[in-house]
Design a binder for this molecule. Structure first.
Ligand code: SAH
Length: 349
């Protein structure tokens, strides 16, 4: 089979054997990527038209008990300025975001034990009471099943927990021994069982990553069928063990976005901040490869530079309103429109 034939088959059946995913990845050419993108955009337009969903990202804490080798918030990074937003500050971000048209709020942070279940449940309930037409998405890392259950009962709708890599040995290359691949995967399954809309995802071009690993990521996405899938290039952070590693590429990330769209037509796929960081028009290119979500930053400007997952992170200077206006203009420039909508996954497969 040629790679063109593999793309045709993927478009029709949304599934390929692992070896064929690997062949598609190793056979990357700009021409093949253009064909994949064209198919991906067609399939996405049939489901979502030319609309792009927005999520207001609120970075609630830069404290983290974990020590992931790639992340600037890792606990061993003494240079990271730590902060946490108060529930009142988070409510203020939501108020501002609601006025700007956001109907999804994403609370993301390091694994900060200050945010106990009680504090989070109260906060989630408060957001859902004040804005019943909004979805609340959490991205707070690994917690116990009991904790995930309580947060869900308090009203959380969605949970983003990137699997980071679907290969256990590669997972161990990216994380210290106290973190486990099996627990990451178990968390994703628990979140699904509890009725969350679940997001997984991986970094592209992370240290030690091979085409076999990426093929395993695609197979995992095919099997798990997440509601959301966040992928972006790995970008080095100067105060981590991966400081001198090569960044992941724009082109491979966009190509993978297209393949994921073909695997799972209705998946919610963000053009991430990391994609906008590797290339000034990276997010536009992500949308043109098949993504359909953007996540403007709603965090208070005073803390944005302290949430440095990687060097050079964009959108750390502007007010939220400016971030939204900038993204609206970017989407319009490529013929897409941002909508005021919760932006749930369409179930028309
Ligand atoms: N603590 C939460 C949120 C982590 S930050 C959790 O564990 O889910 C969100 C995502 O940023 C991570 O899942 C990771 O994939 C990405 N990220 C972290 N460091 C990065 C880096 N150096 N380059 C690119 N992406 C990075």
């Amino acid at each position: 089979m040629t790679n063109n034939e593999r793309l045709d088959l993927l478009e029709r059946t949304h599934s390929l054997p692992l070896a064929d995913y690997r062949a598609l990845i190793e056979g990357y050419t700009p021409e093949l990527a253009a064909i994949a993108a064209e198919k991906a955009v067609r399939i996405r337009k049939a489901i979502y038209g030319n609309t792009v969903f927005v999520r207001g990202l609120i970075e609630i804490s830069s404290f983290c008990k974990n020590d992931c080798y790639y992340c600037g918030l890792r606990r061993s990074n003494r240079d990271c300025q730590r902060y946490r937003l108060t529930p009142e500050e988070i409510m203020e971000c939501c108020r501002e975001g609601y006025a700007l048209g956001f109907r999804t709020f994403v609370l993301q942070g390091g694994e900060d034990s200050w945010f106990t279940d009680n504090i989070l449940c109260k906060l989630i309930a408060e957001i859902k009471t004040a804005y019943p037409d909004c979805a609340v998405t959490l991205s707070l890392g690994e917690r116990s099943e009991e904790s995930y259950r309580r947060l869900r009962e308090a009203g959380a709708d969605r949970y983003l927990l990137r699997h980071e890599t679907a290969n256990a040995a590669h997972y161990a290359h990216l994380h210290p021994a106290e973190m486990s691949f099996s627990n990451r995967m178990a968390c994703l399954k628990t979140l699904r069982k509890l009725g969350y809309q679940v997001g997984c995802g991986m970094m592209v071009g992370s240290p030690g990553q091979t085409s076999e690993h990426l093929a395993q990521d695609l197979k995992f996405i095919e099997d798990f069928r997440p509601d959301m899938c966040g992928i972006g290039p790995f970008l080095p952070h100067s105060a981590t063990p991966f400081a001198s590693e090569q960044p992941g590429g724009l082109a491979m990330t966009c190509y993978l976005l297209s393949l994921i769209r073909l695997i799972h037509p209705s998946v919610l796929l963000p053009a991430t901040t990391a994609l906008g960081t590797v290339d000034p028009t990276g997010r536009e290119k992500g949308i043109e490869a098949g993504a359909n979500v953007v996540m403007p930053n709603l965090s208070p400007v005073s803390v944005r530079k302290k949430y440095m997952l990687y060097d050079g992170k964009i959108c750390t200077g502007e007010e939220s309103a400016q971030c939204v206006a900038c993204l609206k203009a970017r989407m319009q420039s490529i013929g897409y429109e941002i909508v005021t909508d919760r932006g749930d996954r369409k179930k028309e497969e």
